[in-house]
Design a protein around this ligand. Structure first.
Ligand SMILES: NC(=O)C1=CN([C@@H]2O[C@H](COP(=O)(O)OP(=O)(O)OC[C@H]3O[C@@H](n4cnc5c(N)ncnc54)[C@H](OP(=O)(O)O)[C@@H]3O)[C@@H](O)[C@H]2O)C=CC1
Ligand SMILES: O=C(CO)COP(=O)(O)O
Length: 319
């Protein structure tokens, strides 16, 4: 809709013919964002060939679980000169791959990037002032996306650290679940602040172990997205955490949500990777125990608060 508002013709591919018809007829996505008008320049379609073959830019906005399968449907109709940008914030289990790595492996595109930042969909639809990051090692991709998406309410910053930006977007979902849980438990503001800050420390430690640049986490796609997702009930990950904090089971919380909460899968993958690499991640590992092994939250909190004394910023004073 932002590109369409900026005057570009947009094809939006989806698999549901009834929803595509509804969007084209009523200019409204009644399943996901029923209260917002979709620009006339957006044409919904279920025809993947029509959607991608004449496109100059393709945004892939599919949950990470289905990302590769959907990209594979389009692969035969893609060209090397097309810009391909992922907006998904997750990790593929097979190979621990980020979405840009799937785009690199499954498409001929020479212009791959990601779009990530504190970008709650509903607030963007409301045209709340919002900033995002386009990350790519390719200058053409960065400037093209800045030009196509920038407008009076949406500001697009550039980064050449694709890996760091993408990793930040995936990792913060873990901590949003923890923050939702903390909120349901009625914790104080000191506690919320401690949780967000120590989450950033843990994310940065993981990033360093993965060969990413932790400085990128100081930007919108790191601390920016961490803050919004850990503070807002509009975040689906936060909502899953909140439901867990109220005592609901994980299955019930996910079913009730009816949309994707990438963090549930990301916790599992990151916890296993952390164990494999020997990275100290007490929050992610504690949360894993609560979600998948029914460990009481109170036990995890006690362990976190009474564990071995540590340092604040590990880049200043190593652990
Ligand atoms: N929503 C947000 O605020 C933001 C989301 N993101 C990221 O974007 C990604 C997608 O999230 P979001 O759109 O919110 O998720 P939702 O759960 O709201 O919607 C998922 C969309 O993907 C489609 N989809 C799922 N599986 C398939 C499949 N196998 N084939 C075709 N289409 C499929 C769904 O279609 P159908 O209705 O037919 O099932 C639906 O349109 C996630 O990685 C998320 O982290 C990033 C920034 C903000
Ligand atoms: O990534 C998001 C905001 O930047 C959306 O978060 P959720 O997937 O938790 O809704």
């Amino acid at each position: 809709s932002i590109a369409a508002d900026n005057g570009y013709p947009v094809q939006q591919w989806m698999r549901d013919q009834a929803l595509a018809d509804h969007i084209n007829l009523y200019r409204c996505n009644n399943r996901y964002l029923p209260d917002y008008v979709i620009n006339e320049n957006v044409q919904a379609t279920t025809d993947v060939v029509a959607a991608v073959s004449s496109a100059d830019i393709i945004f892939v906005a599919i949950p990470s679980k289905a990302f590769a399968a959907v990209v594979d449907q389009a692969e035969a109709y893609l060209r090397p000169d097309q810009v391909m940008v992922s907006t998904a914030k997750g990790i593929q289990e097979d190979g621990f791959l980020l979405m840009s790595e799937i785009l690199r492996a499954h498409t001929p595109s020479q212009h791959i990037g990601v779009l990530s930042g504190p970008n709650l969909a509903k607030e963007i639809a409301q045209k709340q002032l919002t900033a995002t990051v386009v990350a790519s090692d390719d200058a053409y991709t960065r400037s093209t996306i800045q030009q196509v998406l920038s407008c009076s309410y949406f500001r697009v910053y550039a980064s050449n650290d694709l890996f760091g930006v993408e990793l930040g977007g995936a990792l913060k979902n873990i901590y949003a679940i923890a923050a939702g849980m903390a909120s349901a438990l009625g914790v104080g503001e000191n506690t919320k602040s401690m949780l967000i800050t120590r989450s950033l420390a843990e994310m940065s430690r993981f990033a360093v172990a993965m060969g990413a640049n932790p400085m990128t986490f100081l930007g919108l796609s790191g601390v920016g997205d961490l803050i919004v997702t850990c503070m807002s009930p509009l975040s689906r990950n936060f909502r899953v955490g909140y439901a867990l904090g109220e005592g609901q089971s994980l299955d019930h919380a996910v079913e009730q949500l009816g949309q994707v909460a990438e963090g549930v899968n990301t916790i599992r993958l990151v916890r296993n990777k952390a164990l494999e690499m020997g990275v100290y991640m007490p929050l992610a590992c504690g949360l894993y125990e609560v979600l998948f092994n029914n460990l009481p939250v109170s036990k995890v909190i006690h362990g976190l608060m009474t564990g071995e004394q540590s340092t604040d910023v590990e880049f200043v004073l190593p652990r």
